[in-house]
Design a binder for this molecule. Structure first.
Ligand code: PMT
Length: 396
């Protein structure tokens, strides 16, 4: 988030029903510290009012080039912008962009810009698949414009198909990502996240309270920094981080198998999962019936996935986590040395698990580095910047 602060974007809204999502998008961007200047086509004002957008962004909305006394809004606003985002972008507006037309304020701003242009199409599936639209989209991509979506889904007209705009939250993620330094461009990162579930019988099991939030935040941050991410996740209620290759697993054995499958093609491995140290030696395939007496479960140790990866002859750069309930420094550094890790992030289990915020202490060969309390995505970005620096140093 800190990279996005002090950034200015022009949010261009064109005339489609998805314009209502632009209000939420503006709100999310402002919340992240981004200055948002809204510019609307005349058609867009029929779908959402400029008053709404002004209230959400704190800035008067630009609609036509004759609004300011010098008639130079298209130059001024696009020159100070770090990016222009068109959301929603109609088929008509995409056609204008592809052909360099500039017959209203927003299209003129796009033509006069010297910053990245991001376009989030929203239209009926037939309009999207029309050869003319596809030609125009290809032209925009060739011109270096970033396309955000669209996706397949239910459309305002009641039909289902390709052309639905990404949700505001997804767009906000993509926009913030463009401002992150691409420190991990092209690197392949394998991440484990979430809890594991070790079956006791057909319906019961041993698990823990890991929500996956820390691991998923690291996956998102790595994507933002240009990495190719594979996320091996135990059972969580979280949505797949946009663009990550996902491997859903349940037990530690499944997690281990998924990691083994991908580790040969990995530059950086990050073990964030709260892997069960033990599993039930003989899980029952049926539901165990109660008989009034005590029940003894025999537990057997699970393989240590991180230790296995770190000990491989051609091991990737390994980042471990340590969740401790006491003696954080001592136990964390012990774990780092035992597994010979270049970097380990330690946190207090009772504060970190399931929470939205966290505090981390990073341990590496140079000592310890405190990352103060913040949301997990902010911590993930700082952790990855640190990891990227160590990784690059190790390679040079
Ligand atoms: O998911 P959240 O709710 O966001 O919570 C985040 C978290 C607290 C789970 C996370 O920040 C964290 O600390 N993850 C590691 C939890 C853990 O199991 O720590 P550990 O000290 O037991 O394990 C040390 C390291 O070895 C970890 O990198 C772990 O992934 C790895 N490990 C452990 C056991 C095992 N069998 N295989 C492993 O790979």
């Amino acid at each position: 988030m800190e990279q996005a602060q002090q950034k200015r974007i022009v949010l261009g809204i064109t005339g489609g029903i998805a314009a209502y999502k632009a209000a939420e998008l503006a709100r999310l961007l402002v919340k992240q510290g981004i200055t948002v200047q809204v510019a609307m086509t005349e058609a867009a004002t029929h779908f959402i009012t400029p008053a709404t957008m002004q209230a959400l962004t704190g800035h008067p909305v630009l609609i036509n080039q004759w609004q300011d006394d010098k008639g130079m809004a298209h130059i001024q606003s696009s020159r100070v912008a770090d990016a222009i985002v068109i959301a929603p972008a109609t088929a008509d507006f995409i056609a204008k962009l592809a052909h360099g037309l500039a017959d209203d304020l927003l299209s003129t701003m796009c033509l006069a810009r010297d910053c990245p242009l991001l376009v989030a199409p929203a239209m009926n599936k037939e309009m999207w698949s029309n050869a003319a639209t596809q030609r125009n989209v290809q032209q925009l991509i060739a011109d270096g414009v970033t396309m955000l979506g669209p996706v397949n889904g239910l459309q305002a007209c009641g039909e289902e198909g390709m052309g639905r705009m990404l949700e505001a939250e997804e767009l906000a993620q993509c926009i913030v990502a463009t401002f992150q330094p691409k420190l991990l461009a092209g690197q392949k990162i394998l991440i484990t996240a979430g809890p594991t579930y070790e079956a006791i019988d057909a319906v019961r099991g041993i698990t823990n309270r890991s929500s996956g939030k820390m691991g998923y935040a690291i996956a998102q941050a790595a994507q933002e920094m240009g990495a190719k991410v594979t996320l091996v996740s135990g059972p969580t209620a979280l949505a797949r981080p946009l663009g990550a290759q996902m491997m859903n697993v349940s037990s530690a054995a499944e997690m281990f198998a998924a990691v083994k499958q991908h580790v040969d093609d990995t530059d950086i491995f990050i073990g964030v999962a709260a892997v069960a140290d033990y599993r039930v030696a003989q899980p029952c395939t049926q539901k165990i019936k109660k008989n009034g007496g005590n029940l003894t479960l025999e537990l057997t140790p699970n393989p240590d996935i991180l230790a296995y990866v770190a000990a491989l002859p051609d091991a990737p750069f390994c980042v471990g986590f340590a969740a401790e309930s006491e003696n954080l420094h001592e136990y964390a550094e012990q774990k780092r040395r035992a597994k010979k890790l270049p970097l380990l992030a330690a946190n207090l289990a009772q504060q970190a698990i399931g929470a939205d915020d966290n505090e981390l202490i990073l341990f590496d060969d140079a000592g310890e580095h405190r990352l103060p309390r913040a949301d997990k995505l902010t911590l993930a970005r700082t952790l990855l910047r640190h990891a990227a620096t160590l990784y690059q140093k190790g390679k040079s």
